[in-house]
Design a protein around this ligand. Structure first.
Ligand code: ADP
Ligand code: ADP
Length: 228
């Protein structure tokens, strides 16, 4: 359900960040994207939610070719894809509840459905009791839980995560991984770029290793494979 066909990305300054990647990811898979700094992981991840456009090749997600869709269709695409960032990217003036509800309000979902869905995802990340808090009143791990709740409130088929535990301590990292595992167990595809050797080697899933903009390894229940 995600397919990259011979994808290249050259930045305007001439840097070739992705140098011919072809992969398939089936619905419901959990995939780690690993590799050294500068390998092209972020570029690969950013192309999957159309933050960057490929220079060449096709990226098929939810039946759309991201290389071809018009800018006006990007919001529609993003509704089918949840995105989680290392630095959470919560709106600082909105409460936890409002941060999550926002994605449903912009599509003019009815208020009853919004309330139901927001409370469901807050329950999943165990933060119902902090619905009225502001992001600054939460720990880093709690902020990341809010950001994960926000990413799934639309029931996306795919969640893309770029270093989601990069700012968290080991205990909090495992709490966050439990949530991703739960979301994946419910059938959502997860694609996660990570530098966390401990996670990859312990919660064994498919590993796609990227170096120099190419896939150098693709293992079903893989290992991290680098010193970190
Ligand atoms: P990683 O996430 O594995 O560290 P990136 O995808 O961020 O790798 O970077 C791959 C290469 O592309 C690097 O050489 C990096 O300097 C370059 N690069 C990343 N983003 C940009 C950009 N916006 N403009 C130009 N070059 C970039
Ligand atoms: P991260 O490493 O947290 O994924 P970025 O993707 O922003 O952060 O940057 C990764 C690499 O890409 C870094 O080496 C950075 O210097 C380089 N890079 C990012 N943006 C640009 C840019 N506009 N021009 C050149 N290099 C860039």
């Amino acid at each position: 359900m995600i397919e990259l066909k011979d994808v290249y990305k050259t930045y305007p300054n001439g840097v070739l960040a992705v140098n011919g990647i072809s992969i398939k990811i089936r619905q419901g898979e959990f995939v780690y994207v690993v590799g050294p700094s500068g390998a092209g992981k972020s570029t690969f991840i950013k192309m999957m939610y159309r933050e960057e456009k490929p220079s060449k090749g096709a990226i098929l997600i939810n039946g759309m070719d991201l290389a071809k869709i018009k800018n006006s269709k990007v919001p529609l695409l993003r509704r089918g894809i949840g995105v989680v960032f290392q630095d959470y990217k919560l709106l600082p003036t909105l409460t936890v509840y409002e941060n999550i509800a926002f994605a449903l309000e912009v599509i003019e979902e009815n208020p009853k459905t919004i309330k139901k869905r927001v409370m469901e995802v807050l329950d999943l990340v165990k933060l119902k009791h902090k619905a009225r808090f502001l992001p600054t009143e939460l720990s880093g791990g709690e902020q990341q839980r809010v950001s994960i709740a926000r990413s799934i409130v639309n029931n996306p088929k795919v969640v893309i995560a770029d270093e989601p535990t990069g700012n968290l301590d080991p205990d909090t990292t495992w709490e966050i991984m439990e949530i991703f595992k739960e979301i994946n167990d419910r059938g959502t595809t997860i694609v996660m770029a990570t530098h966390n050797k401990d996670i990859v080697n312990n919660l064994k899933r498919r590993v796609i290793a990227i170096e120099g903009g190419k896939v150098v390894r693709d293992q079903a229940r893989g290992v991290y494979g680098y010193e970190s």
